[in-house]
Ligand binder design. Structure first.
Ligand code: AKG
Ligand code: FE2
Length: 322
């Protein structure tokens, strides 16, 4: 697909991975090729025939749209439980944050940290089902990335074997004002991979190496996938965590869903030997425990630093920075 700025956003067809084992090897090869190239060039790509039912995505957008239209006190019935590792439930960006959005976040469907609103009717069931579909699609993409990186079979799925830290958020971004249009500032996702879809309003943009912002054209049938910091570190920068942002639009509010396929908080993250010692490359990152990094990144959100250079990102662990 070529978007308005003329840049090609790679799109892979996942249907060969959803049909009977081994029935379309050429189709698989093609998707692996597209995704591998996209991960090293852009850090993001799109997928079609991804296994998440389109009608479920539409239902989820309708439900969140309805939920966000409730008065604040009603939305706050789903406020996060104290002590949850991340604030699952309804939340908004702090007033002093330049980011302007409200969100509803959930952990895996059976997590005791989840807080669901009682209305709209059926919303809870829809988001739970959507979450489960996202997990399946993410694990297919994880295996593809595993093969693209030339790792031993199932290496990544064995490493990433704790599904308790996955998160899904739905967002509402208010329409832009005359003077400002920030929805979510430029950032890279911390996690393994992110899957997302947006309504027809659009506003998601990805940054290229040439510092050009590419708008991601909304498409009802497509999921956008971006590589997170964990893959960037494991692959020692072979694959990039993509910089992206959300720009609010004039006269239109925007809704989206993002699924953050995560790794367990206690996991040690460091460049894998396949991309360092085995090929005589020095590691570009120091080892760290994933939840320590999550904590630092969460602090960026709760206490946004006023100077952009004080915002913590993955370069905090870079071997070049000490
Ligand atoms: O709302 C979106 O489309 C993007 C959300 C996002 O980038 C994030 O939460 O990290
Ligand atoms: Fe993001």
């Amino acid at each position: 697909m070529v978007n308005s700025s003329g840049t090609i956003i790679p799109t892979a067809d996942l249907s060969p991975f959803l049909t009977e084992e081994g029935s379309d090897e050429d189709g698989k090869k093609k998707a692996i090729e597209i995704i591998g190239k996209a991960c090293s060039e852009f850090g993001f790509f799109q997928v079609v025939n991804h296994g998440v039912p389109i009608h479920l995505m539409q239902k989820a957008l309708l439900g969140s749209n309805q939920f966000f239209r409730y008065p604040l006190d009603r939305k706050l019935e789903a406020r996060p439980l104290p002590g949850a590792p991340m604030p699952a439930g309804y939340g908004r960006q702090p007033d002093h944050s330049p980011d302007k959005n409200e969100f509803f976040m959930m952990f895996p469907p059976d997590s005791t940290f989840n807080v669901f609103p009682s209305n709209p009717q059926g919303f809870r069931e829809v988001v739970k089902e959507l979450f489960s579909c996202f997990v399946k699609t993410a694990s297919i993409i994880e295996n593809i990335i595993n093969d693209c990186l030339g790792l031993p079979s199932n290496f990544l799925s064995e490493y990433n074997n704790d599904r308790n830290w996955d998160l899904m958020s739905t967002f509402r971004y208010p329409e832009a004002s005359e003077t400002e249009n920030v929805g979510l500032r430029e950032h890279k996702d911390v996690n393994f991979i992110t899957l997302l879809f947006q309504d027809e309003v659009g506003g998601l943009e990805l940054k290229t190496d040439q510092h050009q912002w590419i708008p991601i054209t909304p498409n009802q049938t497509t999921l956008v996938v971006n590589v997170g910091d964990v893959i960037q570190v494991l692959s020692n920068d072979r694959y990039k965590s993509a910089s992206h942002r959300v720009v609010r639009q004039a006269g239109k509010e925007r809704h989206s869903y993002a699924f953050f396929y995560n790794i367990g908080g206690h996991k040690l993250v460091q460049p894998l030997p396949y991309f360092t010692t085995h090929i005589n490359h020095p590691p570009k990152y120091k080892p760290f425990i994933y939840k320590d990094y999550l904590q630092l990144r969460l602090r960026n959100k709760t206490h946004p630093p006023s100077r952009p250079q004080d915002i913590i990102n993955i370069s905090y662990y870079s071997t070049n920075s000490s």
